[in-house]
Design a protein around this ligand. Structure first.
Ligand code: LLP
Length: 430
């Protein structure tokens, strides 16, 4: 008799765990979900979403902080509804995202509208919905927004997204807060841009905003950016410009492999300390977390089609692909891979886990030790953020279904696409 291999430990969330040798999402067997609903399948845990939000609440304590979920990370209506119920606002980047917030019952008064390329029609829609704030990323955008709002007899509430140029040499992370990228207004130009904003008839200055990057696991870059924002507030005060809130963006990192996630409380306690010390303690803080609210609350379940040993490598060909989860090939990102029901009766080998798409870049994981057979299910971990939202139909592959587990129950929150859905908008010349 072979002794069963020790069960692997899922990363990130206690709401995905083995029970009787089978991976469960809360109280529901992932194998059962895969059998009933098919694969590839995104599985989310409602309790994990709540726990992630709760971690922010704990960090916030009694302070005035608005969490605007960076919904680009996962914009499924059920996810949005959950956060809306918990009291969250939303960080949106398109009219489409605004329509999702409204469809999910979110409060537009808690919406901040980010993005470098807002169109006039999107501005109109957001003004009609009375969003909390436009995070304006350039002076030309400021002029356009003023015109649009003025024509509607309104004033648009505005923060300027400032690019604090946080030095990536001291903080190695994927950055959007650097001089050389397209986001925000350079910190040196921000004061002049605020004077312009204050002079425009359709603009009302309400805040200052920055977002320096994603998957950041240290507090230092955030605090460097905050210091620069506070210097700017001093300068603005001297110009007679008052801001009500400070938006520090998103970017808190999660655990994919062995990283230590940055706890909101860890960051927030230091943020409060600094704003208090500088005399801005009464300002509202806005945060735009995406990944840290949903990343570890989801997995992507896939089925093994073929084991393909070759002279150079062993391939595990599965039914999920880069079309379902593009992060590995796009960013060289690591996602854990677990056997849903680890078996003792298959020999262990080292595999590249690849999909069926006709691209060498179609891989999900490399060099993973697994003991599996054809037909087995695998779980790709930490796939709740930037997974389904970045999926495509390349190779005419219908997108995966999404299911939300809630205790011992599950709800299909997006049905599997069919080929009919994919062909519906196309026509031939007859
Ligand atoms: N606010 C703004 C203005 C942003 O651009 C983003 C993300 C967020 C908030 C949320 O950041 P988070 O808390 O999720 O780090 N697709 C990439 C990540 C792109 C992030 C884009 N902006 C990935 O899969 O790693």
């Amino acid at each position: 008799m072979t002794t069963p291999a020790p069960l692997p430990t899922p990363v990130g969330s206690p709401h995905f765990a083995y029970r009787d040798g089978v991976l469960h999402a809360e109280g529901v067997s992932v194998a059962l979900l895969a059998e009933r609903l098919g694969t590839p399948l995104y599985v989310y845990s409602r309790a994990a979403l709540r726990a992630a939000y709760e971690a922010y609440r704990e960090g916030i304590g009694g302070r005035d902080v608005l969490v605007c979920y960076g919904m680009k990370a996962n914009s499924n209506l059920a996810v949005l509804r959950e956060f809306a119920r918990l009291g969250a606002g939303f960080d949106i980047v398109s009219a489409g995202e605004l329509q999702r917030v409204l469809a999910a019952g979110g409060d537009p008064g808690k919406v901040v509208f980010s993005g470098v390329g807002k169109q006039a029609a999107e501005m109109r829609l957001a003004l009609e919905a009375r969003v909390k704030c436009f995070n304006v990323e350039s002076v030309p955008e400021l002029h356009r927004l003023s015109q649009v709002a003025h024509a509607m007899g309104k004033r648009a509430p505005v923060s300027l997204r400032v690019n604090p140029d946080v030095d990536p040499k001291t903080h190695p992370y994927i950055s959007t807060g650097l001089k050389e990228n397209k986001f925000g207004i350079a910190i040196e130009e921000a004061r002049a841009a605020y004077l312009t904003a204050a002079s425009l008839p359709g603009i009302e200055v309400v805040g200052v905003d920055c977002h320096i990057g994603s998957q950041i696991t240290e507090t230092a870059p955030f605090l460097d950016a905050l210091d620069k924002l506070l210097d700017l507030l001093d300068a603005l005060a001297a110009d007679g410009i008052h801001v009500e809130h400070l938006d520090l963006g998103g970017g808190l990192g999660i655990r994919y492999a062995d990283e230590t996630a940055l706890a909101p409380s860890q960051l927030l306690s230091q943020v409060f300390e600094r704003i208090d010390a500088r005399g801005y303690g009464s300002r509202q803080i806005v945060l735009e977390p995406g990944r840290s609210l949903v990343g570890n609350a989801g997995i992507l379940v896939t089925q093994v089609e073929y084991l393909k040993p070759t002279a150079a490598k062993n391939f595990l060909i599965v039914d999920a692909a880069m079309t379902d989860l593009i992060r590995p090939t796009l960013y060289d990102a690591y996602h854990g891979v677990l056997a849903v029901a680890p078996r003792a009766d298959a020999s262990t080998a080292v595999y590249d886990v690849v999909g069926p798409v006709c691209e060498s870049g179609d891989w999900l994981a490399k060099d993973r030790e697994l003991a599996v057979r054809e037909g087995d299910y695998l779980a790709v971990e930490s796939a709740g953020a930037y997974g389904m939202v970045m999926a495509s139909n390349y190779n005419t592959r219908p997108r995966a279904a999404e299911v939300m587990v809630d205790g011992d129950h599950y709800h299909v929150v997006r049905a599997r696409e069919t080929i009919e859905h994919l062909l519906a908008l196309e026509s031939t010349l007859g």
